[in-house]
Every structure is written in C-alpha cells, then in structure tokens.
Design a binder for this molecule. Structure first.
Ligand SMILES: *Cc1c(COP(=O)(O)O)cnc(C)c1O
Length: 376
C-alpha cells in the first residue's frame, strides 16, 4: 500500500537535534539559574553583534517588548499605525491607553504608506508604529524623515524581519526601537521570546528594568513594569538558533525562490509582494495574492481546495485590525481600500527553512490541479 502523504503545515519551527541544546539545559538546571542569567546576556550580546545595534534587551515576547517600549517612550494620545498587520502590533497600544489611528499601506510592498501617515498627523499624535511585512522592511527613510520633522517617536514591529536589511543596514537599527519575535515559527526562534533592539541607552535601560516589574532594587517602583523576563532555557534555544541562523535563512530564501518560480509558471497572474531595490527580505511568510477580478476565482476557493489535499494555508493578515472586535471603537478616519483588498486576497502558503522540495512540489501539483479543474 502506498504510504499516505503527511499533511503539510503552513509553518514549522526549524530546530537542531536535542543533543545541541542538552548541555545548556543541563547547566542551567544544575546551576539553579533559570532566568536572565549568563545565557540571556550572551544571547543579547550575540543578537546585537549580528544586527549591528548597540543594545538588545531580551524579553518574554515581541508583544511584551512593544508594551515596554511604548511605556518607556512615555507616549500620549494617538499612535499612527497600519491596519494591515498582526493583532499583536496593536494590542500594546491599547494596553498603554493610547489611541490607534489607522493609515493605509503601499499596494506593492504592503508596508505602511508614509504619505497616508503624514495626512493623519494631528496635535495629539505622539508616535508612528510600523510593521516590516513578511520580512520586507518599511520605507524606513521616509518614515524617519516624517518622524523627525514632526517630532514623533518611531517604533517598528520587526517580528518578521530578523535578518532583513535596507541598503546593507540590518533591521534593528531604524527608528527609536525595533522589536523582534522569537516565537516558534519566526525566522529566529527561542520557543518564545522577543528582542528589543535600540541605539538609545535610556530606552534600553527602561525596558531592562520594565521586564522585571520595574524593580530597581529600591523597593520603590518608578513605574509599572511587567513580568516579562527571558528565561535561561529560552536563551539556550535562542543561542543554538543563532548558530544555525545564516544557514537556515539561506535555505528559506532558496525554498521561496523555488516556489515562486514554480507558481509563476503555472499562473503568471498571481501577485507577489514587491521587494524594492536595496532591500533584503527574510521571506518569512510566503504570501501570494489572488485577485478574483483577474483570476475568476477567490483566495478562499484555493484555500479550501488545498485544505482538502492536506495542504494548510493561512489568510494573513486577515481580517485587518480595524475589522476586528477589539478595535471596533477606533473607526478609521480615512477609507482603507488598499488594506481591505490585500487582506481579502492574500494567502500564505507553506514555507519554512526545512520544508522539502517534495512538499513544495506537492503544493505546486495541487495548485496546477486546481487551475486545470477550473478550466474544464
Ligand atoms: C508573531 C508576531 C507578533 C507577536 O510576537 P510574540 O513574540 O508572540 O509576541 C507580533 N507582530 C507580528 C507582525 C507577528 O508576526
């Protein structure tokens, strides 16, 4: 009997054999130092060296990192942000009692549109938060110019972009701070965790204090921090992920190029994210857009077909933030047709560093079958 094909998941963590982690786990258990110890410090140092940034503070998640950065910057009033992003970009704004103001994104790169940001600035605006989408960095130069000219803080959700760069400068160096995620399927993982990268010492100090309740040892907390430390066990996984990072990133990029070429051969009218000149992406998510007006079928029809073939996909990001219940109160001040169109047409296909070419061929084969079924 022919062995049944395993389902293909949309995302998987790429890990090392257990033996790679075991000595570090052993040390940390035997020493009794379980959190923010030497592995955490080493991880921060190596991440900072890789990114070329002065300070990296490891925290329990990207979300917690963003919460602490917004707190540390002492923001008030309104924060301009994209609606086309993951919910975790917006939640820290709400937790800090700030008001999200939704701007449009660029129809080609899906990142925050600087012209739209400019139009939404009011006397109440204190910051801009932007997401590097699927690994493609925002227009960091234009956003920086706007922030500087208008006296605004600029923070990036860099959850997808560890390893991305703009004109040779790695993401991590832009704005007041950039926050990475180390959750399981991100390009760099520590099982869970986040990194706040900044060149601002005062901000790094506040985040460092804030990840540990804001407890400065005086017993007299200067502000309400979080319990958001980075454990030694997570740091151990993070260190081994850093060892393998370049190799895994290269593999991921090669897999993405292979899938792109195969899909374009089958359906040249698929829309791919634009990667502007001078930009290196991580290919974190492999997202294609299916415009039903051009193709005659919807993204959802393809999603269902692939699901029946055991191939998982994800509508990502969908729904957009302004369409979610938690954000109902924050009605967009401008229409967001580009955001809504992208959210309605984007589909993430399986992509991770160790996906096999055989599985990618199964994805391509299923897509070919889908398009030929339609033609009959
Ligand atoms: C994964 C992700 C996050 C959340 O990261 P955590 O480390 O789980 O908090 C935030 N923003 C984006 C864009 C993400 O993809």
């Amino acid at each position: 009997m022919k062995k049944k094909d395993e389902p293909i998941r949309v995302n998987r963590p790429t890990l090392e054999p257990f033996s790679a982690y075991a000595p570090l786990f052993k040390n940390s258990i035997e020493s009794g130092i379980l959190t923010t110890g030497t592995y955490c410090a080493e991880f921060e140092k190596r991440a900072a060296a890789y990114l070329g940034v002065t300070y990296c503070v490891a925290v329990s998640s990207c979300t917690a990192g963003l919460m602490l950065v917004l707190k540390g910057l002492g923001l008030k009033g309104e924060v301009i942000m994209p609606s086309f992003t993951y919910m975790a970009t917006g939640h820290p704004i709400l937790w800090n009692g700030l008001t999200p103001v939704f701007a449009e994104v660029d129809p080609r790169t899906y990142t925050l549109d600087p012209a739209s940001v400019e139009r939404l600035i009011t006397k109440k605006t204190s910051a801009i938060i932007a997401t590097h989408v699927y690994g493609v960095p925002c227009d960091v130069k234009k956003l920086q110019r706007i922030a500087r000219r208008r006296g605004l803080r600029l923070v990036y959700d860099a959850a997808h972009a560890f390893g991305s760069s703009v004109d040779g400068v790695r993401v991590g160096n832009f704005g007041d701070a950039e926050v990475f995620s180390l959750s399981p399927v991100k390009v760099l993982t520590a099982a869970e965790g986040g990194i706040v990268a900044t060149n601002n010492k005062a901000l790094a100090d506040v985040v460092r204090l804030g990840r540990n309740y804001g407890d400065d040892g005086s017993g007299d907390a200067p502000f309400a921090g979080l319990s958001a430390r980075f454990s030694e066990l997570h740091a151990a996984i993070g260190l081994r992920s850093l060892d393998a990072f370049e190799k895994n990133l290269k593999r991921r990029r090669a897999k993405a190029a292979y899938l792109t070429a195969g899909l374009q051969k089958i359906e040249p009218r698929l829309i791919f994210q634009a990667v502007p000149k001078g930009i290196e992406t991580t290919d974190y998510n492999f997202v294609v857009r299916l415009d039903p007006n051009v193709l005659g079928y919807t993204r959802d029809a393809l999603k269902e077909f692939l699901e029946r073939k055991g191939i998982a996909t994800r509508k990502y990001f969908y729904p957009a933030l302004h369409q979610q219940r938690a954000y109902k109160k924050y009605k967009p001040r401008i229409p967001l047709p580009v955001t809504e169109h992208i959210a309605d047409t984007a589909l993430a296909l399986p992509m991770y560093s160790h996906i096999t070419n055989r599985d990618l061929d199964r994805v391509l084969g299923a897509f070919r079958e889908f398009t030929s079924t339609l033609r009959q």
